[in-house]
Each structure stands twice: as structure tokens, then as C-alpha cells.
Design a protein around this ligand. Structure first.
Ligand code: FES
Length: 153
């Protein structure tokens, strides 16, 4: 493959770029909110893959990093609002971990805004749909995740 062909391929990638999003969501709030968005027939982009965990406190930062290294352009961690975590303090732990992860991401040249922490309750289907829509629009502006390219070549 010549250099010109490589550059054309990258240009095409950016033009046709459809971001991939991994959403790590807690069972009790955000997952139910996402389900409500579906049953309410709210429209949102199909760019998101949802992974259900019992609580955001169970979201190891390696899950987020692995998603970014292996193909995701953005990650949403979604859980119960502060004070509503079914395991008392899981969402507070997630908030601290995400803050630390964002510092690391900045140091390795990845835009920390590719990782969003959002509190979305079971009744907030529209908030879930809007969050996904908003992240897709922002990631289209940013382009593909550079960590993915470094890792996968
Ligand atoms: S149970 Fe939802 S964040 Fe802990």
C-alpha cells in the first residue's frame, strides 16, 4: 500500500466515521433507563453497545481502558444518582476512579472527554437517549480514538 493510498483510506475513515461507544451501566438505574428509552421508542443512534453491571462501583478502570484500546471511540459509565446507589457508595467510588483515569488518559495523549460519567435513573429514558446522541455528535467532531490506532496499528 502506497503512502497516498494509506492517506486516502484514513480520509475515508474520517468521512464515514461512525463512532463506537461502550456504555458500562448499572443494573438498577441506567440500564433500566436505557430499557425505558427502548420501550418508549425514543430515537437514538445505534452506535452504543451496552454492558450491564450490578453497580458502577463494579466498573474496574481496566474495563474502560480495554474498551478504548480495543476499538471504542468513547465510553459512558452510567449509574444511579448520588445518594441512590443500591450498594450505598458504588457510584462515589466510580466517580473517584473515573477522575483518576481521566488524568492517566491525558498523559497518554487520549482526550479525557472520551469517557463520560453520567447519573441516569430508571425513569430517565430520555436522558439516556440524549446522552448517547450527544456523545455520538461530539465523537464525530473529535474523530477516531487515537489510542485504538496506536494499539491496533
Ligand atoms: S447500584 Fe447503581 S450505581 Fe450503584
Amino acid at each position: 500500500m502506497t503512502m497516498e493510498t494509506k492517506m486516502e483510506t484514513r480520509k475515508d475513515e474520517v468521512t464515514d466515521f461512525e463512532p463506537r461507544i461502550v456504555a458500562l451501566v448499572c443494573n438498577w438505574c441506567t440500564y433500566t433507563g436505557a430499557d425505558l428509552a427502548g420501550t418508549s421508542r425514543l430515537q437514538y443512534p445505534a452506535n452504543v453497545r451496552i454492558v450491564r453491571l450490578m453497580c458502577t462501583g463494579a466498573v474496574d478502570m481496566m474495563y474502560v481502558l480495554k474498551a478504548l484500546l480495543e476499538g471504542a471511540d468513547g465510553v459512558i459509565v452510567g449509574g444511579c444518582h448520588p445518594g441512590d446507589c443500591h450498594y450505598q457508595s458504588g457510584n462515589y467510588k466510580a466517580r473517584r476512579r473515573i477522575a483518576m483515569l481521566k488524568k492517566v488518559l491525558g498523559q497518554v495523549g487520549c482526550d479525557e472527554d472520551r469517557v463520560w460519567l453520567r447519573w441516569i435513573s430508571a425513569s430517565e429514558g430520555k436522558v439516556f437517549a440524549d446522552t448517547v446522541t450527544e456523545m455520538v455528535a461530539e465523537l464525530k467532531e473529535k474523530g477516531p480514538n487515537p489510542l485504538k490506532r496506536m494499539w491496533m496499528g
